[in-house]
Structure formats: C-alpha cells, structure tokens
Design a binder for this molecule. Sequence first.
Ligand code: GUN
Length: 288
Amino acid sequence: MTATVIDGKAFAADVRAKVAEHVTRLKEVHGITPGLAVVLVGEDPASQVYVRSKGKMTVEVGMNSYEHKLDADTSEEVLLALIAQLNADPAVHGILVQLPLPAHLDSDLVINSIDPAKDVDGFHISNVGLLGTGQKSMVPCTPLGCLMMLRAHHGSLSGLNAVVVGRSNIVGKPMAQLLLGDSCTVTIAHSRTKDLPAVVQQADIVVAAVGRAQMIPGEWIKPGATVIDVGINRIDKPEGGTRLVGDADYDSCAAVAGAITPVPGGVGPMTIACLLANTVTACSRANG
Ligand code: GUN
C-alpha cells in the first residue's frame, strides 16, 4: 500500500481563507477587527521564526498583529504587567506567550495569568479543564489542526483505536482529549511505555508527538492506519546540510499506512491556521 498524503498546506490555506471571510464579516457587520498579541521573551532562533510567521499570517487574513519582544532577562513582574495590560485591552482578542520561556520565569504562572477568554493557545488551566470535561473552551492549536485533518480524511472517528505517542501538555494530552471527544478508544504512549511497537500496531490512528527524529518505523504501523506526524526535527543530510523530518520515519511508514501527513507541509501549517481561527472565535465570543 502507498499512503494517501494528507496535504496540510492546502488544508491550512483553506482554513485561512475561511478565517479571512469571517474577519471581513466582523469588520463589515460589527466594525471590529480581531487582534492577536504575541509575546516573545528572549532570542531563541526557532521561536523568532515562528513568531514572525504568525505575525505575517495574522496580517494576511486581515487581523491586527501586536508583537511584544522582551529581553531574555525580563522579570516575571514586568511580563505579568504586560499580560495584565493585554488582558484589559479591548483591541486584543487573543494573547499568545511563545514557549519555552527562559528558565527564571514560571511558565504555569505566566500562562494562567492570561484571561482564559483570550487564551488562544488553550493552555490556561480553565481551558484545560473545560476541554477535559467536554465543555466549550479554547482548544490547543496543534491538536485541533490534527483533529480537523483526521475528520476530513475519515469522516467519523467513532470507535477507532487511536494511539497518541507523547504526553506533553501542548500536544499529547489535549490530542487524547479531542480524540476521546470524537469517540475514539484512546491510548497515550510515552517514553516509559512497555512494548511500544505492539501498542502502536493496534492503532487505526497514530499521532506521533514525541520530538524524536524518525522514531516510529513502518514496521510498527498497522496496514492502512493513518499516521499524523507532529514532529519537526532537523537532521544532518549525508551529503551535508540539514533537512526537516518528523517523528515517524516517512518512507517506511508511507509504504504501509493508509494516509500520512508529511514533514514539512503537514501538521505545521495547520497549527498557525488554527491559531488564527481561535483568534477569530475569541473575538466573536467577546462581541456576542
Ligand atoms: N512553542 C511551541 N509550540 C507552541 C505553541 O503552540 N504555542 C506557544 N505559545 N508556544 C509554542
């Protein structure tokens, strides 16, 4: 079998086009322009690339982008004061604090200081609790993007065996909640899981979110299963230079799977598209 390639880039372009239409409607009908504030502390190069890309796409769909770049040694007090100011600003409908934060800052404290209604990452403890109990919440962008692609490919996910490899608060745990919400039978596997290959082999849906390059080989995949690859890892090429790869070994998995997301061009573009969608949702909710 050769897997169907799930084109996250095209999918994300479609989501962004729908967001842009919604933004136009909000402007025309309510006179409101949604605004997204992104806070970056320090100079982590990967974070700088993400933040730039988020800002560019925010403007492209017609929203206002507010970037706040703070020095790496910014105190918690200063950061919390900025968040309080953004919470109170009616022009700001979404707030994102880029992670990871420098080690001297308490990420949980910072994230939980964001107004949950503006928490477009869905990381605030209130949103985590709402998602876990099936209530209306802000849903983390990466798992939301994965779910949208899975629904589009499968239609109903009801009764399917889903194995999420990785237990992070950003991806693994919320992904499992979303799949459970769509009536999958869900397993969260991680670095301590016994006989990981046997666990993955049971899966109709594998979500790879461990952050280890090409860790999941095709031999672990049940023929016809869907592989959603959240990993973005940079590896050296034998001929020199580097390239991006996922957490699944693409070639061997694509030979067995029914469908697979590529890296790059799979989950990545969907994450930013979902961030824009969450911002429009936050703006609509704030304005009745
Ligand atoms: N760093 C890596 N991924 C994310 C994300 O989805 N949101 C934030 N805020 N930081 C990140």
